[in-house]
Design a protein around this ligand. Structure first.
Ligand code: TXA
Ligand code: MG
Length: 316
């Protein structure tokens, strides 16, 4: 982590001027924050190793954790990875959209090795958000982009979240308001098909047993708020900020009408608000484990586990 701010972070509203400035910075080897339909991403030229290193530096991210490469279409993806029939069918059905495919990397594609962190596979996705799509067109090259937050903190669904987390460490945030989906993309690997990270697209797969090699991003710390988090709470203790769902009202709610899509879109906002609240701990109401609720509970379990680890190491 840099010890002092290296940048004055500009925030520009999404539009032609913002995209032109973002593309100029990308061409100059900088990284910029830009919204996707899932969360805000921190994008850099995936063919420029220095630029990719800038992403890891800004996030303070462990070097072993590989990044997702964003492309405008399937043709661009096929230049970077080997697609079998199953992968092609998934891309045709779900792209552009919040599905990431982990596939064998094509040697000689020009992608910096730092992007895949030494793996012989590559994670690729074709995003739907017009801001990221415009930037892909303007930059004219695939963009590596993890979520635009410091490593080990909550993914950003608003420009303000990015500013809080990475202000002073990146030159530009393109602001297109809150993201629609609010939850990072579903990640699958093919041959055989397996789910590496549950997300907005439900392919009916059970979560694959995580190994540190295949799915380093399943590390609990990726989704952690700064405060301890208690799950399945129906009432708050005096020092708890309660995030409600459905009949459990709470200090705030993921969805008063118990709607999982609304809950996913609000999840990270609610965690950010809870972290910023005057109470020392966070409690969250039960969320059903069906459909999008699977992905929501996955994030919540990781966040709670990490908070536990944090308090253990504090007391050790
Ligand atoms: O919705 C999203 O996917 C957002 C937006 C910005 O596109 N991006 C995102 O990126 O969530 P990030 O870096 O926070 O998560 C990327 C995940 C990590 O869990 C990483 O470990 C995994 O993808 N990943 C990347 N390459 C991989 C590979 N070759 N094999 C297995 N997992 C990989
Ligand atoms: Mg992330």
């Amino acid at each position: 982590m840099p010890s002092s701010p290296a940048f004055e972070t500009a925030i520009l509203p999404y539009g032609a001027a913002a995209i032109a400035e973002a593309a100029r910075l990308i061409a100059a080897g900088q990284c910029v924050a830009v919204p996707t339909e899932t969360v805000y991403g921190l994008a850099a030229d995936s063919t420029n190793g220095q630029a990719v290193a800038g992403i890891y530096a800004a996030k303070g991210r462990p070097g072993f954790n590989p990044l997702i490469v964003h492309v405008p279409d399937l043709a661009a993806a096929e230049r970077l990875a080997v697609f079998d029939d199953e992968a092609r069918a998934l891309a045709t059905t779900h792209w552009p959209g919040p599905l990431t495919l982990v596939l064998p990397a094509k040697p000689g594609s020009g992608i910096a090795s730092l992007v895949t962190a030494g793996l012989d596979t590559i994670a690729i996705r074709c995003p739907a958000h017009p801001a990221m799509r415009d930037l892909l067109t303007a930059a004219g090259r695939p963009l590596a982009a993890p979520s635009a937050n410091a490593s080990g903190t909550i993914s950003p669904t608003r420009a303000g979240h990015v500013l809080n987390s990475l202000g002073g460490r990146i030159p530009l945030i393109v602001d297109a308001g809150p993201t629609a989906v609010g939850l990072e993309s579903t990640i699958v690997a093919t041959g055989p098909l397996r789910l590496l990270r549950p997300g907005p697209i439900d392919l009916g797969l059970a979560p694959h047993a995580a190994t540190s090699i295949e799915a380093p991003g399943q590390l609990a710390s990726h989704y952690a708020p700064a405060k301890p988090l208690r799950l399945n709470a129906t009432q708050a203790d005096p020092d708890e900020w309660l995030i409600g769902f459905g009949a459990v009202a709470g200090d705030t709610t993921l969805s008063a009408r118990g709607d999982l899509t609304e809950a996913a879109a609000r999840l990270f906002d609610a965690l950010h608000d809870a972290d910023a609240s005057p109470r020392d701990r966070i409690a969250i109401a039960p969320v059903p484990g069906t459909g999008l609720g699977l992905a929501i509970n996955d994030r919540l379990k990781r966040a709670a586990a990490c908070a536990q680890e944090g308090s253990r190491s504090l007391s050790a």
